[in-house]
Design a protein around this ligand. Structure first.
Ligand SMILES: C[S@@+](CC[C@H](N)C(=O)[O-])C[C@H]1O[C@@H](n2cnc3c(N)ncnc32)[C@H](O)[C@@H]1O
Length: 210
């Protein structure tokens, strides 16, 4: 009997099946965390999938954070489904093919630079909107500073293309300055629409604000 034939006998086809549990991406970044996410029970879930999966597309129903797509997406084809857009953005971030050689090697700097430019232009347009956290503040002064920023909800930013956060969230969970960055990165994302970078930017911004 040839060596090959012995090997074929010793390794039944079943054992040649890709071991999803052993090979899934254990360091997959958890872009969004919330109660109900499968992140901490991935071993348990993937062990069950491993037992049942033969071939074809795996359907991740109620995908949510799409963490399953992130963990298994490079091993088997996955269809992620969820009623909400946020989940589609995360799934597309995890499941896109990235042809990084099509982008400049400093793509990250390029994105930050574009966002900085937008922030500069907004500051130039509204030089009076300055909210400084730099000095030591009493609680009362701090609360007052946040209230001043919350007043921006009455401000007319209509001549800015991207102002959702500075208008509605300044002085809430985020300062005016942080909101400027969120709006700016959202604007830059639009410049990359129809590329996989679009979803990466949206996911990154979402990840930092949640
Ligand atoms: C608790 S989350 C699932 C979390 C997911 N197991 C994970 O690991 O991230 C529930 C998800 O179900 C989605 N959902 C609820 N009703 C739905 C429906 N009728 N069709 C599709 N998705 C739905 C919600 O949008 C939400 O993202």
């Amino acid at each position: 009997m040839s060596r090959t034939a012995i090997l074929e006998t010793l390794i039944p086809e079943e054992d040649l099946k890709l071991d999803l549990l052993a090979n899934y991406d254990k360091s997959v970044p958890h872009i969004i965390k919330y109660m109900g996410s499968k992140r901490n029970i991935l071993d348990f879930v993937i062990e069950a999938i491993n037992d049942a999966y033969q071939e074809g597309k795996l359907c991740d129903l109620f995908g949510g954070t799409s963490i399953l797509s992130g963990a298994l997406g490079k091993l088997i084809p996955i269809h992620s489904n969820d009623i909400q857009e946020y989940s589609a953005i995360l799934a597309k971030t995890y499941l896109s093919n990235y042809e990084w050689n099509k982008y400049p090697s400093n793509i990250l700097d390029e994105i930050v630079e574009k966002a900085s430019k937008y922030i500069k232009s907004v500051k130039k347009k509204y030089p009076d909107l300055v909210f400084s956290y730099s000095e030591n503040k009493t609680i009362k002064e701090f609360v007052e500073l946040e209230k001043q920023q919350q007043e921006l909800i009455k401000f007319n930013f209509d001549n800015l293309s991207h102002h959702l956060f500075i208008k509605y969230y300044s002085g809430t969970y985020w300062s005016y300055q942080q909101c400027l960055w969120i709006d700016a990165l959202r604007k830059v994302a639009d410049e990359y629409e129809n590329t996989s970078i679009y979803y990466v930017i949206l996911s990154s911004v979402t990840s930092t604000i949640i």
